[in-house]
Design a protein around this ligand. Structure first.
Ligand SMILES: Nc1ncnc2c1ncn2[C@@H]1O[C@H](COP(=O)(O)OP(=O)(O)OP(=O)(O)O)[C@@H](O)[C@H]1O
Length: 410
């Protein structure tokens, strides 16, 4: 591996792996302990790519990762780095090729951030573990890369989960591997640190050309940062490929078996559904242009059965309505609401106890939704009294979502 001194992204000098064309591939791999947990796993991850391994709890993701790192012997098949079988490589050499960061909370006693990161230098240091100048530079470069120089002298035991995770990633980087394996790198983290770590990993892959294999439960983030994903279930790969292609609502529903939530890759998120077996619809939502998304999420969260429409295909309100509502009336994109959609929505609105006007922007294509509101008898609106007057809508202004909830008796 060619190591050279280069400017890091933040302008400081560090030792990093500058050229890396390595790839790791699994060929017909079977993993497990005494029994087989996953079989016939095949994939490749190349330099600069992030491969995400997804799957339900206990599906074998960590076992697979440990096998890729040669910590477990495969029950069948093999793992290769640049064509070399990893299970035949001596540990010292292997540590320069592959790092593994596991989920378990590390007990690093009274070690400082610097000391924990320097543990990553074990393949390079002498028998008594002395660090030379190059080692110190590699440790500091890794801390800089993860934006954690400020943690160098802080005790690991006194760090937050987010800080510890950055230190563990710096430790893996200090090992100067070609391939980084990470088991659930965002577990225990809050939303901010989750995004920060994911962006950091993306940067490591892009800038350092390191191939990253990570396990995660976070489909939304996998969709955003992984180049490829492998989804495992029932002892095998259920789906493999580009996340944009293979992470569909259907696949996620099948693999995770989440009856009360649905996933829409176009908005990259799960939505709770109100399709909970209830048949009595209480509310009809007239929305558009994103004005109704949060209101529909709120109704779903509160378990209120509702219908929605008319919404235009491609509008975020349409995506959310399709995931959360009992019934959604859609119109084709950029098309005026036609008679068919209008009549259908009217029928739904008339069968409900009340109609919610989300205060959507009115344009030529959705003008008939005003007609819909005026045809309904009990309308609560998030528009001001003045706007309702100007638009000639006969509705009760509720002023805020808090007030709307009160009107709904919640
Ligand atoms: N050391 C072990 N010895 C025997 N069986 C084990 C061992 N570790 C894990 N298992 C079993 O292997 C199966 C797969 O576990 P694994 O931790 O690989 O799943 P996972 O997909 O990573 O789960 P999670 O998402 O909950 O972390 C489980 O049934 C687990 O109980």
């Amino acid at each position: 591996m060619k190591i050279e001194r280069v400017k890091t992204a933040r302008g400081s000098v560090g030792n990093v792996c500058s050229t890396n064309n390595s790839s790791m591939n699994a060929a017909g791999l079977s993993v497990g302990y005494t029994n087989e947990i996953l079989k016939n796993v095949s994939f490749e991850v190349r330099a600069g790519e992030i491969l995400g391994i997804l799957g339900p709890n206990g599906s074998g993701k960590s076992t697979l990762l440990k096998t890729l790192a040669a910590g477990l012997k495969p029950l069948g098949g093999a793992v290769y780095v640049d064509g070399r079988e990893v299970h035949g490589i001596k540990p010292g050499e292997l540590a320069k090729l592959i790092s593994i960061t596991l989920t378990e909370r590390v007990d690093a006693g009274f070690l400082t951030g610097f000391e924990v990161v320097s543990l990553g230098r074990y393949p390079y240091v002498d028998a008594i573990g002395r660090l030379n100048d190059a080692d110190v530079e590699a440790v500091m470069g890794s801390l800089r890369l993860v934006n954690a120089e400020n943690l160098a002298n802080k005790l690991f035991s006194e760090m937050s989960d987010g800080e510890r995770q950055k230190i563990m990633i710096a430790r893996a980087l200090a090992q100067q591997p070609r391939i980084m394996l990470l088991d659930e790198p965002t577990s225990f983290l809050d939303a901010k640190h989750k995004v920060e770590i994911m962006l950091l990993l993306r940067r490591i892959a892009n800038e350092k050309g390191i191939a990253i294999v990570l396990t995660t439960h976070d489909i939304e983030l996998a969709l955003r940062i992984c180049d490829r994903v492998v989804m495992v279930r029932d002892g095998r790969i259920a789906v493999e490929g580009l996340p944009e292609e293979v992470i569909t609502g259907e696949v996620v529903g099948d693999i995770y078996d989440v009856g009360s939530a649905r996933f829409d890759p176009s908005i990259g998120s799960f939505e709770l559904t109100c399709k909970n077996g209830s048949t009595k619809t209480r509310v009809h939502v007239v929305c558009g242009g994103g004005s109704g998304a949060n209101i529909m999420r709120l109704l779903a969260k509160k378990g209120i059965p509702f219908t929605a429409g008319v919404v235009h295909e491609g509008d975020v309100d349409c995506c959310v309505a399709k995931l959360t509502a009992l019934n959604t009336v859609c119109e084709r994109p950029y098309t005026e609401i036609g008679d068919k959609a209008f009549e259908k929505a009217l029928k739904l609105a008339e069968s409900c106890d009340l109609v919610i006007d989300t205060g959507f922007v009115i344009g030529s294509i959705n003008r008939r939704n005003l007609e819909l509101l005026n045809s309904a008898s009990n309308v609560l609106s998030l528009r001001s009294k003045d706007e309702l007057g100007e638009l000639g809508i006969d509705a009760k202004p509720v002023g805020s979502i808090t007030q709307l909830l009160k009107e709904l008796g919640l």
